[in-house]
Design a protein around this ligand. Structure first.
Ligand SMILES: [Zn+2]
Length: 473
């Protein structure tokens, strides 16, 4: 099956034979090469977006293939097995997928009078597919995916407020305490050797800030009328799992939370530039921030959005005003080189002092801050390849069932306008079944901004069909 790619824009389709006839893959096991016919041109590989095995898997599943055997083609270098590993998504691919030494496949081809190396170089040179059915071969695949559950925790501290009434309102101050260990999924480290990711900025900086503020509030207890809850979240890097767990817990229901302040990566203050997310989630934030910043003089970039790639997002989905403090990304992000030597200690102290002052200012307010749903500015979540259309869904990474569950739709986004709501589980997008977030992203990629997509969601176990007019970003 060549590279397992259908790329209509390049008139290239591995699901056809070399004469352009469809190949019926139903019930068959596909032998698919890694990468793409564009791989020899690393600087201008127009096929790049089709290379991920998640994409190839979706295409095979659509045609009801029985399974996939991935090999590294003879023209693609050493005969190495593709790593199959956890990629932040808890759902399986929907069909068995294995990685196999090409030597085994080459032998089978040879027995059928075929030269795998020649077939690959022809495809690469002519950019024409050359797929066929191997009648003289059988394969039997058995895969056993065993999820390994690991336990982690949120660490919580509580200081009761001094006012008999206001103490029932709670200010949450949070920072995630986990990082990537020896890499996990999400490491940007190059090379194969196992290196510890200390995460000095991400997020020892926020965790240290949390402890400092807890210490300071504890020493000034009587000055705080409201109660303060300190949470060091676990499993943020795996998809905000710790904070998602917390906002679904009984504990959460028992607190009347006034606002949430989050610190994630506050150790690399550069040029005095501080980024603050969530400034649109309450009408009090702008004044409060400007007032307090007059004694710090940070060069602040305000981002009104309450959704974002850290734990404040979980609280925002529960209609709680949030602020998230961030000193900006850098070359050591998610790498073993994110170490203490590179921390701007004075800068971090300044940021932590400011977060404390904001907590104090919040506590001085007579009533708790109002909550505002922020009208979305566009901008789909990060790093999912070349998707240009915009829907505005917020995935729930803690969901383990089939489909893609959302924690919400951004206010005013195409998803919101089309009627998608929190806890919907997307099971079909256009004509594609959606079993996980990757399916969803690829299905979305087949549309253009302005087009209408029919989307099927499960809402309280009932199928609901929605029409979403896609936006652009
Ligand atoms: Zn982080």
């Amino acid at each position: 099956m060549g590279y397992g790619i259908s790329a209509p824009e390049f008139n290239y389709d591995d699901y056809k034979d070399k004469n352009g006839n469809d190949i019926d893959i139903k019930g068959k096991i596909l032998v698919v090469m890694r990468y793409s016919p564009g791989e020899n041109d690393p600087h201008n590989n127009s096929f790049e977006k089709y290379e991920p095995s998640r994409y190839k898997t979706l295409a095979a599943r659509d045609g009801e293939a029985a399974g996939i055997i991935f090999i590294t083609g003879p023209q693609s270098g050493e005969d190495v097995l593709q790593k199959m590993r956890y990629d932040n998504v808890m759902q399986n691919a929907g069909l068995p997928v294995i990685s196999c030494k090409r030597e085994i496949i080459e032998n089978i081809f040879r027995d059928n009078g075929l030269d795998l190396s020649k077939i690959q170089s022809d495809i690469n040179e002519t950019k024409t597919s050359n797929s066929f059915v191997l009648n003289n071969a059988r394969a039997y695949i058995e895969t056993d995916v065993e999820p390994v559950d690991a336990k982690t925790n949120n660490v919580i501290g509580f200081i009761e407020g001094s006012d008999p009434v206001l103490k029932n309102e709670v200010i949450v101050i949070g920072a995630h305490k986990d990082h990537l260990g020896y890499g996990l999924y999400g490491s940007l480290a190059k090379g194969n050797d196992k290196q510890i990711h200390n995460g000095a900025d991400d997020n020892a900086s926020g965790t240290a800030g949390l402890l400092e503020i807890a210490q300071k509030i504890s020493a000034n207890k009587k000055k705080f009328s409201r109660s303060v809850l300190f949470i060091a979240f676990g499993a943020e890097e795996a998809g905000l799992l710790g904070s998602a767990y917390f906002v679904k817990s009984k504990l959460f229901e028992n607190y009347n939370i006034a606002a949430m302040l989050n610190m994630d990566m506050i150790g690399r203050l550069n040029d005095n530039k501080l980024i603050i997310y969530g400034t649109g989630t309450s009408s009090v934030w702008n004044n409060s921030l400007d007032k307090i910043n007059s004694s710090y003089n940070f060069n602040i970039t305000k981002n009104p959005e309450g959704f974002g790639p850290s734990d404040h997002s979980s609280f925002y989905t529960k209609n709680i005003p949030v602020l998230h403090f961030f000193s900006g990304t850098h070359a050591d992000y998610h790498s073993p080189s994110d170490d203490i030597e590179k921390i701007n200690l004075d800068g971090e102290v300044k940021i932590v002092d400011m977060v404390y002052d904001i907590a104090k200012d919040l506590d001085n307010m007579k009533s708790k801050p109002d909550f505002i749903k922020v009208v979305s500015q566009g901008n789909e979540n990060r790093s999912m390849g070349n998707v240009k259309v915009y829907v505005g869904t917020i995935p729930d990474y803690s969901y383990q069932g089939e489909g893609m569950k959302i924690t919400g739709a951004k206010e005013g986004s195409p998803a919101d306008k089309g009627g998608m709501i929190s806890e919907d589980i997307i099971i079909k997008f256009g004509n594609k079944d959606v079993k996980n977030i990757y399916d969803y992203m690829y299905a979305m990629g087949e549309f253009k901004p302005g087009e209408e997509a029919e989307v099927v969601v499960l809402r309280k176990n009932e199928k609901v069909t929605l029409k979403i007019v896609l936006g652009s970003r």
